[in-house]
Design a binder for this molecule. Structure first.
Ligand code: 13P
Length: 214
């Protein structure tokens, strides 16, 4: 393992610990992948993040062949399918954040309640229909929900955030969880008024100069 790969593996472990410390995940839920060589580096299944070491991270080829001493995350399929389908994505973060997951249980997308919805790439953050964890069906549903977007919710499950880098995918995870929290807070009073699709397009154009765009 060269220095670069060691650093990449450690950055995945650091991000896993960070997502739990930030309150956007808990326990061994969630998983992270980063594009690497002709495949991806992905977290092992059901392993406590504090016990995780660089050689516990699994390398998988784009054909789904796993290399390493651990089994890959049970969600390796959607990680691989997203990296295969989306040349704009180099990192995938899947978590079970409390507010995103609550909205996903209600099977609700996040509509344009706030201009920051635009950071996920469009005027809403879709909620992919439910399918059992680890299945091809869940992966297919996630890919559809991610069309033209960098993040989506997964019904009765959690969320996925992507990025050109792992830092950007982690940042987006926190932003989407914040939006979900704001939306659920508003829903306790009433269904909130929404921004128009045209205004979100306007925001996306302005964000190009602000630094939110990849
Ligand atoms: P893994 O421990 O297999 O990555 O699974 C956690 C999870 O969140 C499944 O959706």
């Amino acid at each position: 393992m060269n220095e670069h790969e060691l650093k990449q593996r450690q950055s995945i472990i650091d991000a896993c610990r960070r997502m739990n410390a930030l309150g956007v995940n808990q326990g061994t839920s969630g998983n992270i992948s980063v594009r690497h060589e002709h495949g991806m580096l992905v977290t092992p299944t059901s392993m406590p993040y504090d016990a995780m070491r660089p050689d516990d991270i699994v390398y998988m080829t784009m054909d789904g062949e796993a290399h390493g001493k651990r089994q890959p995350s049970s969600e390796w399929r959607f990680h691989l399918d997203i990296l295969r389908a989306r040349a704009d994505v180099n990192a995938v973060v899947h978590t079970h954040p409390p507010y995103c997951t609550s909205l996903s249980i209600l099977e609700r997308p996040i509509p344009p309640i706030h201009y920051m919805v635009a950071v996920a790439g469009g005027s809403d953050i879709r909620c992919a229909p439910y399918a059992t964890f680890g299945t091809e069906e869940l992966s297919a549903n996630a890919l559809v929900a991610l069309e033209g977007r960098k993040a989506c919710l997964l019904a009765h499950h959690g969320m996925i955030a992507t990025g050109t880098t792992l830092d950007k995918a982690m940042w987006l995870t926190v932003e989407v969880e914040t939006l979900a929290r704001q939306y659920l807070t508003c829903l306790q009073v009433e269904e909130p008024p929404l921004l128009s699709v045209a205004e979100i397009d306007n925001v996306i154009a302005r964000m190009g100069h602000y630094g939110h765009r990849d």
